[in-house]
Design a protein around this ligand. Structure first.
Ligand SMILES: Cc1cc2nc3c(=O)[nH]c(=O)nc-3n(C[C@H](O)[C@H](O)[C@H](O)COP(=O)(O)O)c2cc1C
Length: 344
């Protein structure tokens, strides 16, 4: 059964965010409707670990899809190896004016200018606590739009403190293009202040901590981010968020449009972290096939995430990638994906 193929033609005539909200309501209330979609099956051969977390498959759901952590179980059931919720901010916020998501089906890409609409930390924490998931859970944290520069580090620290006991990893998001000034936090000085503030909390409770970066950083900025990640013993870098290198209107673009841009940044980050085995790279941005994932493994990465390709292909995407992974293992006489990725 594939409800997606029936639903998609109609859904693509409607406003993307309305469709998203409608779908999330059902995924949240009835996680069992996963049976109406093709589901990728859990298989130990496909599970993967870095030094910090274990995912039941190398493909996770990227941040921004389940912003309020309402449908973790549904996404686990259809076969994501991990789910990253958020971005969560301390206070609830509305985000930017609608419309703020645009689809480009002709090149499987999406543009969004959402600006972290979310229910806020208190509500989202309760949602996580009442979820019955067993999958690896990432929690992506960001600052409120109106938080001053001076208060920003302590706000990230507070979010870390609140959410670290309830997730498997935390992500510092300073790379979304739709919160004014957020990306300026990707400088050495600003990011150092955030790391120092969170470090205080990590002394009490240490959870894997990742940094999510933009695909628009220059090489010097990337080096700075990697250097600080090493200095503060972060668990890894998630590369990448959406790009502002486009000539559409406002917002960040994702999907096939950013495949090469993200891939090149990931390659650079993998090279710069190669010698530090405890820093892993999670690959996201334009990934929509096993070939993309294989290329990332060969660069030295392990876990990946998708967002846009899931919108265009639906849950069948996960099944196709899983079938390709199993075929790859068989053809190469490998016992697991872990065995293969550990070579690089
Ligand atoms: C509509 C939309 C909303 C997003 N919201 C967030 C978010 O809140 N936090 C975040 O870190 N990334 C967010 N992202 C970025 C994705 O997590 C991902 O990094 C990006 O889309 C690139 O992956 P893709 O090409 O597979 O879509 C969002 C992306 C889209 C399309």
């Amino acid at each position: 059964m594939n409800l997606f193929s029936i639903f998609k033609p109609l859904a693509f005539t409607m406003d993307p965010e309305n469709v998203h909200d409608f779908s999330m309501k059902y995924f949240s209330k009835y996680p069992g409707i996963s049976h109406l979609f093709p589901c990728a099956k859990v298989s130990e051969q496909l599970s993967i670990t870095d030094s910090h977390t274990k995912w039941s498959s190398p493909v996770g759901l990227a941040a921004g899809f389940d912003k309020n952590a309402v449908a973790i179980e549904f996404f686990e059931k259809i076969g994501f190896g991990a789910v990253e919720v958020g971005t969560v901010t301390i206070e609830p916020q509305q985000g930017n004016e609608r419309p703020r998501i645009w689809r480009y089906p002709e090149n499987n890409s999406i543009r969004n200018a959402m600006g972290f609409p979310n229910a806020g930390s208190k509500v989202i924490l309760e949602n996580i606590k009442s979820s019955n998931h067993t999958c690896c859970l990432g929690i992506n944290i960001g600052k409120n739009k109106n938080t001053s520069a001076a208060d920003t580090p302590s706000e990230y620290a507070k979010l870390y403190e609140m959410f670290a006991p309830h997730g498997d990893y935390i992500v510092i998001n300073i790379s979304s293009p739709n919160t004014p000034g957020l990306r300026n936090l990707q400088t050495k000085e600003a990011f150092r202040d955030i790391c120092i503030a969170i470090d205080e909390k990590r002394k009490m409770l240490s959870k894997p901590l990742y940094l999510k970066i933009a695909p628009d950083l220059n090489i010097e900025d990337i080096k700075d981010m990697v250097e600080l990640s090493k200095e503060f013993s972060l668990s890894g870098i998630i590369a990448t968020n959406t790009t502002i290198q486009h000539s559409y209107d406002k917002g960040g673009v994702s999907g096939a449009y950013i495949r090469n841009i993200s891939r090149d940044i990931r390659k650079k980050v993998c090279e710069l972290t190669k010698e530090t085995k405890d820093i892993s790279v999670i690959g996201v941005g334009g990934i929509d096939s096993f070939e993309d994932i294989l290329e990332f493994w060969q660069q030295g990465g392990k876990m990946t995430q998708v967002y846009s390709s899931f919108i265009f292909h639906g849950p069948k995407l996960l099944v196709n990638i899983q079938n390709d992974m199993l075929r790859f293992l068989k053809e190469n006489q490998l016992s697991s994906i872990q065995e293969y990725t550990d070579r690089f």
